[in-house]
Ligand binder design. Structure first.
Ligand SMILES: NC(=O)C1=CN([C@@H]2O[C@H](COP(=O)(O)OP(=O)(O)OC[C@H]3O[C@@H](n4cnc5c(N)ncnc54)[C@H](OP(=O)(O)O)[C@@H]3O)[C@@H](O)[C@H]2O)C=CC1
Ligand SMILES: CC(C)(CO)C(=O)C(=O)O
Length: 310
């Protein structure tokens, strides 16, 4: 099975690297600067689950055009449009596209561009980042990638994927309810990234502060109310469940969005909080805290743009 991974960043580098490490036929589709880095240094994973050092197969856009069996998409949402055009050269009749982005809005873009039948659901739980040398650094144990047929159930092709993923040093989990899993993760990440960026703190200090737990729950409830208003298949107890998961994170746990802010990088505010706010406005759902969270991110974006211009 031929696998193409677009983006050799924190997520694509990790999961694609784990597949290549087990001997799968994996090629990374990268941009020029990243290619040079990977050619010089190899793909290095430094992880609590075991280190790896590989010389990956690499392509840049437009090179080696042929259909792949599986295209794994691991960009940030603000690079999605360009990435979608880049992978178009590698999509054939039977190609499966497995996106690993946070959020949900990208699923419709992918379906519109490539046809619903090619698009699987996917999400991941991992705390990983690239260091200044481009190595993938993974610091906590979770390394779960969940995937499945968008319409649910089991199919022959996801059984083939299970075989592909078997034995890799990461948990690849097939779900028969991937839409629900994605909406649940979306609620979790919107709350986690919202609270940690708003408070400019990891989970521990938020949890210990006067109103931290209450505000976390309020944000999760606002997000759940939007999801219910649009008919998302979330569980009745999703707020209890995800607030509990949030509050049980390690003291220093931060969303990747806060880590990106600390590095002065762009954030996925429009894709995550912005998309939900637009759904809230369209459906008359009151979300005062989500609006504050979103505005805080927009202020960050304005300050970032100004500092780049200066
Ligand atoms: N990091 C984490 O802990 C987690 C992240 N996520 C989600 O996963 C997604 C990916 O995040 P993450 O891996 O952290 O992001 P990174 O920024 O680390 O990686 C994204 C990679 O995509 C590459 N890229 C962007 N556009 C293109 C393109 N047109 N062609 C080729 N490569 C491209 C970038 O390359 P270049 O170097 O050229 O810029 C970069 O290496 C996000 O939606 C994020 O929210 C989900 C769970 C955990
Ligand atoms: C919460 C976490 C680490 C889970 O994978 C995540 O998705 C993120 O920070 O972007």
């Amino acid at each position: 099975m031929k696998v193409l991974v677009l983006g050799a960043g924190a997520v694509g580098g990790y999961f694609g690297g784990r597949l290549a490490e087990k001997g799968a036929d994996v090629t990374f589709l990268v941009r020029e600067k990243r290619r040079i880095q990977l050619e010089e240094r190899g793909l290095r994973i430094a992880s609590v689950n075991g280190d790896a050092h590989l010389q990956p197969k690499l392509l840049t856009a437009g090179e080696g055009k042929e259909a792949y069996d599986l295209v794994m998409l691991a960009t940030k949402a603000y690079h999605l449009n360009a990435a979608v055009e880049t992978i178009a050269d590698y999509i054939g009749t039977h190609t499966m596209i497995l996106p690993m982005l946070n959020g949900i809005a990208h699923i419709d873009s992918l379906k519109q561009r490539f046809g619903a039948e090619r698009v699987l659901g996917g999400l991941c739980f991992i705390e990983s980042t690239l260091n200044s040398e481009g190595d993938v650094i993974q610091t906590s144990k979770n390394h779960n990638l969940v995937y499945g047929e968008w319409e649910g159930g089991r199919s022959e092709r996801v059984t083939v994927l299970e075989e592909l993923f078997a034995g890799a040093n990461a948990n690849f989990v097939m779900s028969e309810f991937i839409q629900r899993e994605m909406w649940h993760k979306y609620l979790f990440i919107t709350t986690l990234s919202g609270m940690t960026t708003l408070m400019n703190a990891a989970v521990g200090p938020i949890r210990d502060s006067a109103y931290g737990k209450e505000l976390t729950r309020q944000l999760a409830e606002e997000v759940a109310a939007i999801m219910r208003a649009v008919g998302a298949p979330i569980a009745d107890h999703v707020v209890d469940m995800q607030t509990e998961v949030f509050l049980n994170q390690g003291y220093k746990m931060k969303a990747s969005m806060l880590r990106d802010m600390e590095k002065g990088l762009p954030v996925e505010a429009e894709h995550l909080q912005g998309h939900l706010l637009r759904l809230a406005d369209a459906n008359g759902v009151q979300v005062p805290l989500l609006r504050i969270v979103y505005n805080n991110l927009k202020v960050y974006e304005i300050k970032r743009a100004a500092s780049i211009e200066v």
